[in-house]
Ligand binder design. Structure first.
Ligand code: ATP
Ligand code: MG
Length: 284
């Protein structure tokens, strides 16, 4: 159980986060969506213990976080900087396990298992730069999985991959979430993705960053890229989240766009995909 209470942060005199309260139950997948610059990464860094917040507290499984906890893993957007180019894929995945004090054979076994679960069994001996962007991001996810954290924080983990790879990685996250029961907090710009992945969607407003709304996702636990995206509940939620995000960005003019997408039900990512140019609308 993750408990965030009264979380606030200022960089110098610049207030970025204010009064954030959030509870994430064990085994839940909560998505966080909000306009660019509203403080999503700052919030995640505070929760990860990578940064001390100016106010409030973060408690994970009953213990206050005041440094990176042992049972936490983070997946960042920029896989090219998060993998060590001089280490093989296998050794990249095994690296954090040293911190857990695991011996070489145990590290290898866990790396092999995690790589298999992300479909990269055959890439274990390669170097990151020999892999495509989507494969590198799967290595980052495998590294987090091998660590077997109780909480996984993901900051726009699919922001730099193509649309098809993105869908594959979304389904991979759902699959590991279901099979391993790990609690996941995932930040995204992508409104559709926030609904598709989440048990609950948290919408942030900005200046200062704060929680604008929390929406339960009443979709069946089993998600499917085609069927889920045309489910009336998905279409309704996507329009609602879109409206809230655009309102949060202070860009009321875009509200109509969300409505159009909401009633269209075509499965296209209105106001969502970073590559579609719609991200600019969200930025406001
Ligand atoms: N290290 C820093 N020092 C000073 N200001 C910062 C720092 N990091 C972020 N900020 C500021 O804090 C605010 C929130 O930034 P943050 O990166 O948390 O937002 P975000 O929601 O993750 O944005 P994006 O969607 O673009 O990733 C922004 O105004 C940003 O300029
Ligand atoms: Mg960010």
């Amino acid at each position: 159980m993750l408990e965030v209470t009264g979380l606030g942060h200022a960089y110098g005199g610049h207030r970025v986060l204010q009064g954030m309260d959030l509870r994430v139950g064990e085994g839940k997948l909560v998505t966080i969506v909000g306009p660019s610059g509203c403080g999503k990464s700052t919030m995640l860094r505070c929760i990860a213990g990578l940064m001390a917040p100016s106010e409030g507290k973060v408690v994970l499984n009953g213990a206050p976080i005041d440094g990176v906890p042992d049972d936490l893993a983070v997946v960042f957007q920029d896989y090219s900087r998060s993998l060590m180019p001089w280490l093989t894929v296998r050794d990249n995945v095994g690296l954090p396990l040293r911190r857990r004090g695991l011996g070489r054979s145990e590290r290898r076994a866990r790396a092999a298992e995690a790589l298999e679960s992300v479909g990269l069994k055959d890439a274990a001996g390669k170097f990151p730069w020999q892999l495509s962007g989507g494969m590198q991001q799967r290595v980052s996810i495998a590294r987090a999985l091998a660590y077997r954290p109780s909480l996984m924080l993901m900051d726009e983990p699919f922001g730099s991959v193509d649309a098809q790879t993105r869908e594959d990685l979304e389904d991979l996250v759902l699959q590991v979430h279901r099979s391993q029961g790990v609690t996941i907090l995932l930040v995204t710009h992508d409104i559709d993705e926030s609904v598709y992945l989440g048990d609950r969607v948290v919408v942030l407003a900005r200046d200062p960053g704060r929680i604008r709304a929390e929406l339960p996702v009443g979709l069946p636990a089993d998600r499917d890229q085609i069927a889920t995206r045309s489910d009336p509940e998905f279409v309704r939620l996507r329009a609602e989240v879109g409206r809230l995000v655009r309102g949060a960005a202070g860009n009321g003019a875009a509200d109509g766009t969300a409505g159009t997408g909401g009633t269209g039900g075509t499965g296209e990512r209105v106001g969502a995909a970073p590559h579609s140019g719609a991200r600019g609308t969200v930025k406001g």
